[in-house]
Design a protein around this ligand. Structure first.
Ligand SMILES: [Zn+2]
Ligand SMILES: [Zn+2]
Length: 145
């Protein structure tokens, strides 16, 4: 399948149904960021693991975790329910050249984000049959379509 990267202003799109590749819901009503249920993942760094909550507003770079993270560190993300890796080996961060992690959306698309602390690279990708258009807009530096 081909993908199309959708441009949206930060905070305008809310991820309401994020899940892992196996289908577990990642939404956490108990921890709200910006007043909405957060996305809960299991973060791993240098052998330590802890829950990490992401702001569900697309483009808002906010997270909470007990891990002492510093800029430049690369965190691995897993599903807190089934343990599946959220890393998408086919999607590299255009700046860091490392695989992004992905939150699956209910409509067949996904939100991808760079797992390096301090890198704010992210994208919203939807599947579409129009392969040509998908390639045209696959670079995160391209303008709004
Ligand atoms: Zn899962
Ligand atoms: Zn990056």
């Amino acid at each position: 399948m081909e993908e199309i990267v959708v441009r949206v202003a930060p905070g305008k799109v809310r991820i309401k149904d994020g899940h892992c590749p196996k289908g577990c819901s990642l939404m956490d009503d108990a921890v709200k960021l910006s007043g909405v249920p957060s996305i809960k993942v299991e973060a791993s760094l240098e052998g330590r693991r802890a829950p990490l909550h992401l702001n569900a507003l697309y483009g808002v770079h906010e997270f909470r975790t007990s891990l002492p993270l510093r800029a430049g560190q690369v965190v691995e993300m897993f599903c807190p329910s089934c343990g599946a890796s959220l890393t998408d080996p086919e999607s590299l961060c255009g700046m860091c050249k490392i695989p992004m992690f992905a939150i699956q959306l209910g409509d067949g698309g996904q939100v991808e984000a760079c797992p390096k602390i301090g890198c704010h690279n992210h994208k919203l990708v939807v599947m579409d049959l129009d392969a040509q258009l998908g390639r045209l807009y696959d670079d995160e530096l391209k303008p709004i379509m």
